[in-house]
Write a protein that binds this ligand. Structure first.
Ligand code: FES
Length: 67
């Protein structure tokens, strides 16, 4: 299985549907069947590892591009 993760500008990581998000022990938080999920990369979410939209209030700025 190959899953795509997209780094969204000024926001979270978008994990393509079909992936599993697990904790360090391998326990599954959730699977992404049917819809993508969003992982926080700003550090401000109250629901880590998931994005809760707090990056907007925090005015998180990060724009990256693959080279
Ligand atoms: S990226 Fe959305 S809350 Fe951190």
């Amino acid at each position: 299985m190959s899953s795509k993760i997209t780094v969204l500008n000024h926001g979270p990581l978008q994990v393509e549907a079909g992936a599993q998000v697990c904790d360090a022990a391998g326990k599954i938080f959730t699977s992404t069947e049917g819809k993508p999920i969003f992982l926080c990369r700003c550090g401000q979410s109250a629901n880590k590892p998931f994005c809760d939209g707090a990056h907007r209030k925090a005015e998180f700025k990060s724009e990256v591009a693959a080279s």
